[in-house]
Design a binder for this molecule. Structure first.
Ligand code: UN1
Length: 493
């Protein structure tokens, strides 16, 4: 079995502790992908020292040249897409069509970032005074600590890393401990593309490694995607230390289907939204809000189709739904099935581990549907991160919007309707960072801002232009070429 290393100080190195953890295939726990470093504060210290040297070099590299490196990374990812899709499915389980889509998001992000190196716009504006120039421009910040989850092993790291790099920062990257192999390949691609070695540091490990990065005084920039609970702790530390922080956390996203909707279309949407990635997306559909007129008919259609979804190894042709990521996830989903049942919801489908044959070796869970769910129940309020869908009946669009908004999270929402007025009302009324009309709650594109309101985030966005503002600081320059002391707000008025 291969023992993998960290990348620190321009070299592949073993962790200071000498300890490792196993990277396990969740579809077949007998298959160990490799052993990866269990890193701690000593490794992070070495990574920060090196990254500071990397930053000094990189911040002076012209932004278009920084972008060129990202363009080459994009080309490498294109060439390695199939191989990457396969190894990502092996370590985290979702079907290869999805992992290849994940790689494609990384490719799109790379090419967007490459061209952004030729923009990084500031503003030139007129001065109040004669013979004086006024402008704003963007400066890099320093060492960025990036902490990412397992569910998008490539896309999410690239959303953070590529803009951070184009803006001229150095990066310390801690991939999710369930997907260290994908993280390693991404760093290999960056080095192959010509990124100066000390600009990137790869530190594997669990929460202890992540905490050491967040706690380090010389890492002024943190971007974290994960649970709201961990995000709150990260936020406390960053607040105390005056760090710039971007948080992407939980969701409890709803798809609403109104009486006038195209039901076949809405059915495809909810199947993909609720059970794609085994429900392990922060954008997953975990609530389905049905208007009374179509409630029974749609639930029937859904139950029938969901029962035919094929569970299995994501690397096998014909698999619709892969496994959950690990045993604790299975236990968590089981707990929520018990909670839903106790709360009085009706279990319509699933509710158990999926077993039999090859499934016995993995963390498979049956697609699960609860109907009769009332607003306010725990299964309606709390993020489950598994293939569990709660169905709520409402009388009209106004009630659907109230239910949609009645949770602490605010990532994405979806409304199926043919009524253009209602569609635009939804865009205006729903408290989410993203609202889809006649499309599921998942499917964000790389060149638009991604993120949520309320407990989902802290006001920042990934993707699109806005993320470049996060990874750079605005600086203003005034040049007075009058040869005289001109006093703003005094001499001019
Ligand atoms: C996430 O679930 O953490 O819109 C990110 C989507 C994907 C990204 C999801 N493009 O579902």
């Amino acid at each position: 079995m291969t023992t993998f290393k960290n990348f620190i100080g321009g070299q592949w190195v073993a962790p200071a502790s000498g300890e490792h953890f196993d990277d396990i295939n969740p579809a077949d726990t007998r298959d160990i992908v490799g052993r990866f470093p269990k890193s701690g504060a000593a490794d992070v210290q070495a990574a920060v020292e090196s990254a500071k040297r990397g930053f000094d070099l990189w911040r002076r590299t012209p932004a278009p040249a920084r972008g060129d490196v990202l363009r080459r990374v994009g080309e490498i990812l294109v060439a390695r897409k199939d191989e990457l899709g396969d190894l990502m499915t092996r370590e985290m389980g979702k079907p290869v069509a999805e992992t290849k889509g994940d790689v494609q998001e990384g490719i799109d992000t790379a090419f967007y970032a490459a061209t952004e190196g030729r923009r990084l716009f500031g503003h030139t504006v007129p001065s109040e005074l004669r013979n004086k120039w006024a402008m704003s421009f963007r400066r890099p910040i320093g060492v960025a600590g990036l902490i990412t989850p397992f569910n998008f092993p490539l896309a999410i790291p690239t959303w953070k890393m590529f803009p951070a790099l184009v803006c001229g920062n150095a990066v310390i990257f801690k991939p999710g401990e369930d997907v260290p192999h994908a993280g390693t390949v991404l760093v290999e691609a960056l080095l192959e593309a010509g990124l100066p070695p000390e600009v990137i540091q790869l530190v594997h490990g669990d929460g202890a490694a992540g905490k050491a990065i967040v706690d380090h005084p010389d890492v002024p920039l943190i971007s974290f995607t994960g649970s709201t609970e961990t995000g709150s702790k990260v936020g406390e530390t960053c607040g105390r230390m005056h760090k710039r922080l971007s948080l992407e956390m939980g969701g409890k996203n709803a798809q609403t289907v109104l009486d006038d909707a195209d039901l076949d279309l809405a059915l495809e949407g909810v199947l993909w939204g609720a059970f794609g990635t085994t429900g392990q997306r922060c954008t997953a559909t975990s609530r389905l809000i049905l208007q009374a007129g179509i409630h029974d008919e749609f639930l029937d259609m859904l139950e029938k189709r969901a029962a035919t979804l094929v569970l299995g190894d994501g690397r096998k042709k014909g698999t619709d739904v892969g496994p959950l990521i690990h045993a604790e996830s299975v236990a968590k989903v089981e707990r929520y099935v018990e909670i839903g049942t106790k709360e009085g919801a009706t279990l319509r489908l699933g509710g158990k581990r999926a077993t039999g044959g090859a499934l016995d070796h993995g963390f498979f869970f049956q697609p699960t549907i609860f109907s009769g769910v009332k607003a306010g129940m725990r299964i309606e309020q709390e993020e489950i991160f598994g293939p569990v869908l709660s169905v709520i009946k409402v009388k009209d669009a106004a009630e659907a919007f109230r239910v949609n908004n009645g949770v602490k999270y605010g990532l994405s929402s979806s409304v199926y309707t043919r009524n253009v007025n209602v569609a635009f009302q939804a865009l205006q009324e729903l408290d989410n960072g993203i609202t889809y009309i006649n499309a599921p709650t998942i499917g964000a594109e790389a060149h638009l801002p991604f993120g949520g309101v309320k407990a989902t985030g802290n006001g920042h966005r990934e993707g699109g232009w806005e993320v470049y503002e996060f990874y750079s600081e605005t600086k203003v320059g005034y040049v007075d070429y009058s040869g005289a002391l001109q006093r703003a707000q005094i001499d001019n008025y």
